[in-house]
Design a protein around this ligand. Structure first.
Ligand code: NAP
Length: 312
């Protein structure tokens, strides 16, 4: 077991490491950073950006920062408080796009900043029936009349279905600019992409490399091991690129934004090299054939499937 001093050192070491990888990413040309209250890394993201502004010839406007409203911050009045809190954590004057992290809402604990969630006697997360359109109205109120001059430049959603976005489009003053969802060859989200593009909403692919297997509050995400997938490996060999570049190029050529996570210098560099090659028609159809329908979803989120606003 670690002593308190050792634990403090480990936490500091982890924070230092996070900033190190972020600085490395900026050095490697990354300018879009995806963060969220849930990730507990807004301070590191903001520090890396502010350091780069001070030390390099970079401006705040060179960066694009996404952050998100957490599932337990939906009660009336809380979104406004959290925008201020999250901006303070980031140490930035504004956030480029602020997303509702998920359409479902969970019951908050007394301490809003705590990551602990309330559960019932069966270990199930306690949910709140807050309609996403209500949260949208709260956010619009919080950001004021003109998003482009305020603390939040634009608003968006994450993990929303097309019907949930349609409900927002019916009532909104500021249209949602982005829907951030899981997306990769096994789960290409064709219909949702069509809907988003028809409505001038950007789609961002999270876990574009298949992500990593995670244990979150009793939900285990699937690990697709794309780097060992036969089709992806075969195409990567044919075009002399990495499997990850095949996965990312597939999305970029569909007009989807990608936010791959890498803490590794060489992988950060190669994940950015997506515009020096193309697929043949045959290679493209092989990737398209990987579509595994509903089975392709890695983030099944059973832990919140009892929510009235569960999207899938
Ligand atoms: N809105 C949401 O609900 C939601 C949910 C999940 C994720 N996200 C966002 O999406 C981002 C990315 O998703 P993710 O972290 O789930 O998965 P991901 O980006 O698909 O995969 C990350 C994993 O791939 C590895 N990797 C990166 N580049 C590689 C390469 N070239 N070759 C081989 N392996 C490589 C990384 O390891 P190394 O670091 O060692 O390179 C890491 O283990 C997250 O950071 C987060 O911002 C959002």
């Amino acid at each position: 077991m670690f002593t308190t001093r050792e634990r403090t050192f480990l936490v500091e070491h982890r924070v230092y490491n996070k900033i190190y990888y972020l600085r490395q990413a900026i050095e490697n040309g990354y300018r879009h950073f995806d963060t969220a209250f849930h990730y507990q890394n807004e301070d590191s993201v903001g520090k890396a950006i502010n350091d780069a502004i001070k030390e390099k010839k970079l401006k705040r406007s060179d960066f694009f920062v996404t952050s998100k409203l957490a599932d337990h911050h939906k009660e009336s009045g809380t979104p406004k408080k959290m925008i201020d809190h999250q901006l303070e954590k980031l140490g930035l004057d504004y956030i480029d796009v602020f997303l509702i992290h998920s359409p479902w809402s969970v019951v908050p604990t007394e301490d809003l900043l705590s990551m602990t969630k309330k559960i019932d006697e069966n270990g199930k997360l306690l949910m709140m029936d807050i309609c996403p359109t209500e949260t949208w109205k709260e956010l619009e109120q919080a950001v004021g009349a003109a998003t482009d001059i305020g603390k939040i430049k634009s608003l968006g959603v994450s993990n929303f279905s097309s019907s949930q976005i349609s409900e927002i489009l019916k009532i909104c003053k500021h249209r949602p600019q982005m829907n951030q969802v899981e997306c990769h060859p096994l789960f290409p989200q064709k219909e949702l992409l069509h809907f988003c593009h028809e409505n001038q909403i950007h789609m961002t692919a999270y876990s574009p490399l298949g992500g990593v297997s995670r244990e979150i509050e009793n939900t285990k995400t699937k690990n697709f091991e794309f780097m060992k997938n036969k089709t992806i490996m075969q195409i990567a060999t044919e075009i002399k690129k990495d499997p990850a570049q095949v996965l990312l190029k597939f999305q970029v050529r569909r007009g989807i934004l990608v936010i791959p996570k890498s803490a590794n210098d060489a992988r950060q560099k190669s994940n950015k090299d997506l515009f020096s090659f193309e697929f043949s028609k045959e290679q493209l159809s092989e990737i398209e054939e990987m579509d595994d329908g509903k089975e392709g979803r890695g983030w099944t989120e059973e832990r919140v499937s009892h929510s009235k606003f569960f999207p899938w």
